[in-house]
Design a protein around this ligand. Structure first.
Ligand code: ADP
Ligand code: ZN
Ligand code: MG
Length: 480
């Protein structure tokens, strides 16, 4: 059914990780597990209280706007969006309507329409026949980023969402974990006959709790709309929820219009003048921006020429990418030869081994005791064949646990490599006697068998033998 074109526009919410909430001084602490402890009359919506603006939250939205090349509005303000729901005790949400902090911008070829700031609602828990409300989340700063309807496939929508998540993390303004509800994606999607100027009737998809669900919900909804059009029926403009278990979208409610919300300028907050450097220093914010993922990805491709998957793993964590660069530059300071091989080794031992160790202990790369300098020293030892890959892993584990440098560890743990030929010959002979079949098949031309035998010798020597010498001696004895 390729005679249809798909159009998607996303509305992405993300909770900022400011220390305090948006309009009061309650802590914004998503680790708090006790319900209703970070609350005050302001975020509980008591009558007669006065909100105040969290400057840090404003600055963070501006940073995001600058990062995406959007226009920071000199005059911005908050608006009241009226609606009633049990998680919103004031009966309105403080949001932004006509004058958002940021207009325009672009990311990965997708035009951004606006980015505004609002307050998150309380969390509702439905248990049996009653519901509970936890106000710890009420009033947490929430950004909303709205794209233009320009995304033409479910996959591209997913990729855009991931890139937004990455930027939020690079800017260190949100943890943006979808599973934890720190980032939420709503997708508007329409289908129209190919070649039509006008877009089709859009449906808004909600309840999407993971990136996988973004794609699945869209794929399903696009199919549903195409089938309706095939049958000559009309798509109804509505909000549909994604049912993860059944894998279908379900109608939730009809379209609501802006006038349903009765937006009005928030009378309890002053309009914001962002032109005054004493209020918000735009230049300083601009200078504080880190290198962004897109730029870093391109630079890494140019400078390091690693396999694409590995580049993606490094770029996927700003601090991992920084660690990589430091380790590479330390490596180049130690070793002038074997540049590209060394860079590849740094990437391999970092993205598989060190990242694996971090996962085991639940630590972040910023917290590891293994310094980039020691890491580079280890790579030099590997490159020169002074330690086998097996011993390298042992050393790395020790580096991560203690912060010691690899040579210290080798000395302390007695991991010095055995290059002594007679000692290695003894082990080789033992393995040859125990593995006659492999020896025969090597003689018949199966080179894999030699690798197998080398592996056996290395295991017998607990990884400490020099693999080059092991291979030479093996060949010599077998070919005799
Ligand atoms: P509404 O007035 O219903 O809120 P908006 O024009 O404000 O609609 O757009 C809300 C979101 O829906 C935006 O992300 C926008 O890109 C997207 N959108 C608008 N029209 C369409 C359409 N026809 N198909 C797909 N997405 C659309
Ligand atoms: Zn409060
Ligand atoms: Mg809208």
């Amino acid at each position: 059914m390729s005679q249809y074109k798909t159009t998607i526009g996303l509305e992405i919410h993300a909770e900022l990780k400011t220390r305090t909430k948006m309009f009061c001084s309650c802590l914004n602490d998503f680790l708090e597990t006790r319900p209703n402890v970070n609350v005050c009359p302001v975020c509980l919506g008591h009558p007669g209280v006065m909100p105040t603006i969290n400057r840090k939250a404003i600055e963070e939205v501006i940073k995001l706007g600058l990062a995406l090349g959007g226009e920071i509005l000199n005059h911005s303000r908050f608006d009241r969006k009226s609606y009633f729901y049990p998680d919103l005790p004031k009966g309105y949400q403080i949001s932004q309507y006509e004058l958002p902090l940021v207009k325009g911008g672009e990311l990965s070829g997708v035009q951004v329409r606006r980015i505004h700031l609002e307050e998150d609602t309380a969390r509702l828990l439905h248990e049996g026949n009653h519901s509970l409300v936890d106000f710890n989340r009420a009033g947490v700063p929430l950004i909303e980023l709205v794209t233009e309807p320009v995304i033409d496939s479910a996959l591209k929508a997913l990729e855009f969402g991931k890139e937004v998540q990455l930027i939020l993390r690079y800017l260190d303004i949100s943890d943006a974990d979808m599973e934890k509800g720190q980032m939420r994606v709503e997708a508007n999607v329409s289908v129209a006959p190919a070649g039509h100027e006008e877009l089709g009737t859009k449906v808004e998809l909600k309840n999407i709790n993971s990136f996988r669900a973004v794609k699945n919900a869209l794929v399903h909804e696009i199919e549903r709309q195409k089938e309706l059009l095939e049958k000559g029926e009309k798509v109804i403009q509505e909000t549909r929820g994604w049912n993860e278990v059944k894998g279908i979208t379900v109608s939730q409610r009809g379209k609501e219009e802006a006038h349903d919300y009765r937006y009005l300028p928030e009378p309890d907050l002053p309009p914001m003048e962002l032109t005054t450097p004493e209020v918000i220093n735009l230049e300083e914010l601009r200078r504080s921006l880190p290198e962004l993922p897109e730029a870093k990805r391109e630079r890494f491709k140019q400078e390091f020429n690693l396999p694409e998957k590995q580049t993606d793993v490094l770029i996927g964590d700003r601090y991992l990418a920084e660690y990589f660069e430091e380790a590479v530059s330390e490596f180049l300071a130690l070793e002038e030869n074997g540049k590209s091989k060394g860079i590849q080794l740094v990437a391999n031992y970092l993205t598989s081994d060190l990242v694996g160790l971090l996962k085991e202990s639940g630590a972040r790369i910023q917290d590891t005791k293994a310094t980039p300098e020691n890491f580079a020293e280890l790579v030099v030892l590997i490159l020169k064949g002074d330690v086998s890959s097996r011993i390298a892993k042992v050393i790395l584990r020790e580096m991560a646990a203690t912060g010691m440098d690899p040579n210290e560890i080798i000395g302390e743990k007695g991991l010095t490599q055995i290059s002594d030929e007679s000692e290695i010959t003894n082990t080789v002979e033992k393995i040859i006697n125990e593995n006659r079949d492999a020896v025969e098949s090597y003689k018949e031309g199966k080179t894999n068998s030699l690798q197998f035998l080398v592996g056996q010798v290395m295991a017998e020597a607990k990884g400490r033998a020099n693999p080059q010498i092991v291979q030479e001696i093996l060949k010599k004895i077998i070919e005799k």
